[in-house]
Ligand binder design. Structure first.
Ligand code: IPM
Ligand code: MG
Length: 356
């Protein structure tokens, strides 16, 4: 089969980690008889430098003509002083909205070989962690009405948190479907003790849950969920939540695994279309130094093979190749113990491609 990929390397370490991922995909193509066609596109700071806009229309068009999007990272110091709505990060919000990517899946896995890197006490994570945060990505306060107005306390700014039943229903379905294939448990996170939008959220999630009697549904308030995630993270399987709570909880969940350099993510639209990117950012401090860990991007490509292309065996091959390279003791600096020998981005990519 032929698969068309839009490839957005972006800024910082993005081009390096994406470069290694394409090598791995080429190997998958060779071994399993597929052809992956890449069309490069600009987004983020590099797009601002080249065209003046962080998300050129051409990039959106290329993505829409592709089967999936692979993205490295966007942003960096160079563009930090730009006004909020012109920053490279706005490219991400634009892509999510333009491409209808309403479901963001962020797995937080504790890799056995890196158990030492987990900042929690060993007894708290004994037996491993395997959580996936399902974050609603095109609604809520990120995309609600915003503006300025005068008040008795002086000029004010506001951003509206709004959720419709339809938006909640479709993200809840994604979470329940996922739970059926995993641990059979959904925890829905909201602030229903205060927010009207959260009360609607909770009611609709419960309705959807009636179609999934084999899945256990729990509700937690966001403050308690943040606490439970460090107190007893093993209680979680699938966490479903809105855009801003999901932004915060997914960072917390990735950090407690101690392996942020290894965590992939998928942002899915209705149908099979998706955008795949590592959870980590553009890391400008190590860009261009052959130090970045390409594993999170490579594992994102594995998610792409599985979710967009339905290529489970190929996805397993990529995940097993990463595990093998880790098990053989190879480490990039981000996951090495003090004094341990390390390898660079390129060598890591070559080893993983070689293991396919
Ligand atoms: C993320 C990021 C983005 C978000 C920023 C960069 C706009 O933090 O993908 O989690 O808030 O969604
Ligand atoms: Mg975030």
């Amino acid at each position: 089969m032929n698969y068309k990929l839009a490839v957005i390397p972006g800024d910082g370490i993005g081009p390096e980690v994406v470069g290694e991922t394409l090598k791995v995909l080429d190997k998958v193509g060779e071994r399993f008889g597929h052809k992956f066609e890449y069309t490069k596109a600009l987004a983020g700071g590099c797009a601002i430098d080249a065209t003046g806009a962080c998300l050129p229309q051409e990039t959106v068009d290329i993505c829409k003509k592709s089967d999936a999007v692979l993205l490295g990272a966007v942003g960096g110091w160079k563009w930090d002083s730009l006004p909020g709505n012109e920053r490279p990060e706005m490219a991400l919000l634009g892509l999510r909205k333009e491409l209808g990517l309403f479901a963001n899946l962020r797995p937080a896995l504790l890799f056995d070989v890196l158990a030492d890197a987990c900042p929690l006490k060993p007894e708290i994570v004994e037996g491993g962690l395997d959580i996936v945060v399902v974050r609603e990505l095109t609604g809520g306060i990120y995309f609600g009405e915003r503006g300025f107005k005068d008040t008795d306390m002086g000029p004010a700014a506001y951003d509206v948190e709004q959720y419709s039943e339809g938006e909640v229903r479709r993200i809840a379905r994604v979470a329940f479907d996922m739970a059926v294939k995993r641990g059979g448990k959904v925890t829905s996170v909201d602030k229903a003790n205060v927010l009207e939008s959260s009360r609607l959220w909770r009611r609709v999630v419960a309705q959807v849950g009636e179609d999934y009697l084999q899945v256990e549904l729990n509700n937690l308030y966001i403050d308690n969920a943040a606490m439970q995630l460090v107190k007893n993270p093993k209680q979680f399987d699938v966490i479903v939540t809105g855009n801003i709570f999901g932004d915060i909880l997914s960072d917390e969940a990735s950090m407690i695994t101690g392996s942020i350099g290894l965590l992939p993510s998928a942002s899915l639209a209705e149908g099979n279309f998706g955008m795949y990117e590592p959870v980590h950012g553009s890391a400008p401090d190590i860009a261009g130094k052959d130090m970045a860990n390409p594993m999170a991007t490579i594992l994102s490509a594995a998610m792409m093979l599985r979710y967009t292309f339905g290529l489970g065996e190929e996805a397993d091959a990529v995940e097993n190749a990463v595990k093998k390279v880790l098990a053989e003791g190879y480490r990039t600096p981000d996951i090495a113990k003090p004094g341990e020998e390390t390898i660079g981005t390129e060598r890591t990519g070559e080893l993983i491609a070689g293991a396919i």
